[in-house]
Design a protein around this ligand. Structure first.
Ligand code: DP6
Length: 360
């Protein structure tokens, strides 16, 4: 039985709740994550065309609180507040998401939800928030199931279901429910990997990567010009699609090997190749689009120069936007902070960057 069948079966057992008085509450904090091997291209309903590996961040998170009560009329009903005020734009996406979830959580039809969400990072920083937002929401809905039915007591089972549900809201969100390194998407390299849920990387990684830090250099506060969903769709007719999916599988193998062996050079090679491949795919799709800006390029050049002259471990990666994620090791923090101050901060919007790192 696959996860979808399993959760559909759960839903049959949870048809109808015992009415209760008053208001109950759940709350979750869920971090964002940064992919090292990228998810770009999907099919059917939120099934990735290739496996991806990420690490979960510590400081960039969404906190979501849901107050809920019983109601008589049937149907999904909610209000959505972002950072204290009602937000129609986000609310629309949340509404669509809840309708999708109601298939797996029929009790949602009997509840009214007051959803209050806020981010630890500035909204205008342009950093991707769908992973943290959707995973926080999925975790909350699983907690409601747990409160209503006493199910999902086992932590692993709970997080697995939350990952499945988060995926339906945003693919990358499936990875955010787990700490550390995470894989989503089936690959022969990793036992237990699945297209339906993300899992913690099932191999022992070398200690050196436990100190991974991520300085998120904000080059532009603007909202994305094109949504990730639209970008994924352009992969359907992309002339390089097949080669890309093959490359991603190979890169997973190389990256996992590097993580196991503590091979920093291989890590840099794969991670930077993935970042530039992602943006090359965007530029070469039809219509093509560019998310990087001139500051993104300047920062990349500086990072390459710094690595060449110091020999220090440092790497860049990008998500679907112009901001640069500078990866380095905690033990080099003082040196890297100097480098950021001296060479990179001039390219950051109002000198802004976010000090983040792996959440183990
Ligand atoms: C470039 O997860 O935002 O960040 O499933 O349509 O919500 P949807 O897409 P999304 O895509 C993320 C793409 C990426 C790479 C990655 O995180 O793996």
């Amino acid at each position: 039985m696959n996860f979808e069948e399993r959760y559909s079966e759960d839903a049959l057992k949870q048809n109808g709740i015992k009415p209760f008085d008053g208001v109950l509450k759940v709350i979750w904090r869920s971090p964002s994550n940064i992919a090292l091997v990228k998810y770009w291209g999907k099919r059917n309903f939120q099934i990735p065309e290739n496996p991806s590996v990420s690490f979960t961040l510590r400081n960039s998170f969404t906190e979501t609180e849901i107050e809920y009560h019983c109601k008589k009329e049937k149907g999904v009903s909610f209000e959505f507040y972002f950072e204290g005020s009602e937000n129609r734009g986000f609310g629309e996406r949340v509404g669509k998401y809840l309708s999708v979830l109601s298939r797996f959580f029929p009790f949602l039809d009997n509840l009214h939800l007051k959803i209050m969400s806020k981010n630890s990072f500035p909204h205008s920083s342009g950093i991707a928030s769908s992973a943290s937002a959707m995973s926080a929401l999925a975790l909350c809905i699983c907690s409601i199931e747990k409160q209503m039915f006493g199910t999902l007591q086992d932590e692993n089972e709970f997080l697995q279901k939350a990952s499945f549900m988060a995926r339906l809201g945003s693919g990358s969100a499936a990875r955010s429910v787990w700490p550390g390194f995470v894989v989503w998407g089936k690959t022969k390299t990793l036992t237990g990997s699945s297209d339906e849920v993300a899992i913690p990387l099932p191999v022992k990684t070398d200690n050196v990567f436990y100190g991974l830090k991520d300085a998120i250099l904000i080059t532009s506060p603007e909202k994305k010009k094109i949504s990730s969903s639209a970008g994924h769709r352009l992969m359907e007719k992309h002339p390089f699609a097949e080669a890309r999916y093959k490359q991603a599988n190979e890169n997973i193998e190389l990256l996992v090997g590097a993580l196991q062996k503590g091979d920093k050079n291989m890590f840099v090679e794969v991670v930077e190749n993935e970042a530039l491949t992602l943006h090359s795919l965007m530029m070469s799709s039809n219509p093509g689009f560019t998310l990087m800006n001139e500051k993104t390029w300047k920062i990349i050049d500086e990072i390459r120069n710094y690595r060449e002259t110091t020999g220090r471990f440092i790497a860049f990666t990008l998500d679907a936007g112009p901001n640069v994620h500078l990866l380095y090791l905690e033990k080099d923090k003082d040196e890297i902070l100097k480098f950021i101050e001296q060479k990179l901060i001039v390219f950051c919007d109002n000198g802004r960057w976010i000090d983040d790192g792996i959440n183990l």
